[in-house]
Design a protein around this ligand. Structure first.
Ligand code: UDP
Ligand code: MG
Length: 151
């Protein structure tokens, strides 16, 4: 089995609804190890770089506003970014996160329990979790410097 690292962001709806602790509990219950954690100010550039592969989607501009906390009044666009490491970490975190669409996410997953679809069709789904090894490597390097992650 592969030892992987994966990037998690507690999205602005998660912070706004005070779900940070609960989300970390669920992540810790996977048995994976937290090896990076910091509050980050999500600049316009960071948001667009992070979601670059979705730039042609109709929901992209709303997604940039969402991840920068503009729908939840988040001060300084701050967000908690985490790196978890362990066997099959990417899939393990996606499993506790649940499906992208909160209406399709299994009840009991983070998104299934706490996600919502707004009247503007934005999926507010509490966390970001890297989706595959290529994305995970790119995203961890985008959000964290090497020396900010426990070796
Ligand atoms: N998203 C949305 N509407 C959609 C698809 C995605 O609002 O139809 C948002 C949602 O917040 C999602 C993010 O865009 O988490 C990134 O989309 P992706 O397909 O990468 O889903 P994820 O990897 O987060 O499950
Ligand atoms: Mg994704």
């Amino acid at each position: 089995m592969a030892i992987e690292q994966t990037l998690i962001l507690i999205k602005p709806d998660g912070a706004f609804r005070k779900l940070t602790g609960l989300t970390i509990d669920r992540l810790d219950a996977t048995g994976l190890e937290m090896v990076g954690a910091k509050m980050v100010c999500v600049t316009e550039k960071l948001a667009r770089d992070h979601y670059a592969s979705l730039s042609d989607k109709p929901f992209f501009e709303g997604l940039i506003k969402y991840i920068r906390g503009e729908f939840h009044g988040i001060k300084d666009h701050r967000i908690l970014a985490l790196v978890y490491r362990g066997e099959n970490a990417i899939k393990a975190v996606r499993a506790v996160a649940g499906a992208t669409n909160p209406e399709q996410a299994v009840p009991g997953t983070i998104r299934g329990s706490f996600g919502r679809i707004t009247t503007t069709q934005q999926f507010e789904n509490v966390i970001h979790a890297s989706s595959d090894p290529t994305d995970a490597a790119r995203e961890v390097a985008l959000w964290f410097k090497k020396d900010e992650i426990i070796p």
